[in-house]
Design a protein around this ligand. Sequence first.
Ligand code: PMP
Length: 445
Amino acid sequence: MTRIVHRTLNKRYPVAVGGEGVWIVDADGRRYIDASGGAAVSCLGHGHPDINAAMHAQIDKLAYAHTSFFTTEVAEELAETLAADAPDGIGHVYFVSGGSEAVEAALKMARQYFVEIGQPQRKHFIARRQSYHGNTLGALAVGGNAWRRRQFAPLLIDVEHVSPPYAYRDMQMGESPADYGQRLVAELSDTIARLGGENVIAFVAETVGGATSGALVPPVGYLKGVRELCDRHGILLILDEVMCGMGRTGTLHACEQEGVAPDLMTVAKGLGGGYQPIGAVLASGRIVDAFARGTGFFQHGHTYLGHAVACAAALAVQQVIRRDRLLDRVRVQGRALTERLVARFGQHPHVGDIRGRGLFQAIELVSDRASKQVFDPALKLHAKIKQAAMDLGLMCYPMGGTIDGRLGDHVLLAPPFIVSDDELDMIVERLGEAVDASIAGRPVR
Ligand code: PMP
């Protein structure tokens, strides 16, 4: 077999050759249950006939037309679908090819907005530690994962990082979730005061933390407090829902459950369900109006914006979610997943926290439950769990811990919305065995 330049050069991967429903099949005929949707991508699972048919139909008509010459019916219809269900006031849609591109575009939209309205002195972004916003330089700069940033630090724009919501470790004894949320808002307020509110472009946050934090749900009232604070200083709120959005937490947008609408929102992953690479920025009317009155366009662009086949795939994914009432299903199966995780891991000596929302949940591992001590990072427990799970035919999303020396190894689960009860049983059973075997240092059974 030809060797490709893969992200881990000294590791060999199974060759994926097929997929159906929640299953992926490799070249040796082994079947893997996709409990993480890849990286919270495959919301409809694999090989969905309706999505495949929609892509074929679009390819037969027209695969691609550059957006500086044309728009396409399918891109317009997808934009209308997204705008119709967008949070209050953010019904303008800008298509890109993925999550990092969406974040880059949102950061630049926010900056251009202030230039257009005569506030060019605004040049600071504030974001959160333990966050992930993508791997391109702008997205990496707002991201708060010290390990990912380290090599590239001198190239990154200066971004202030504040504490993320992390109730398991940071909520104090006797403190209510609401008070904890207000404490976090106060920290953000202090940071804004230090920079000068009139100098800040935007606060950037994942509505529910994902890739480097493991399904961190905000405390009640936190995002409302953030929204009010941003409004007071004329600062834009950018919510990154690349991972937690498009239905994953049980509502189309995770921020709906917080009663908050951002000024800019990024989506990707579940938008196209992995059938095509696609992302989008949803922008508020006031930002788009400022562009229209000023420069006349958003000064940005990539070759594959609004790619017709990608839009056809995403439109079909969105139609199936609505037709099959899959958001209801996410809520029901989300509860079923929580029950199973609590039954298997609720008393587990090395599981400190079980958290998340909808079909977006995580367990955090600790060497000692009482002290919440993390496992020694040198053990690379997360990598062992990932391998053990693959040996058992389970795809899950374990991540290394100790960002800022605090977050433990954790495992994120984000199965397709179509996952059945039996499949949830299988996922939690296999995960339990992968975790136990990895901690015990024995092979899986
Ligand atoms: N933002 C968030 C919240 C993400 O989880 C990710 C990917 N894990 C990204 C941005 C980057 O998306 P992509 O990998 O498609 O560039």
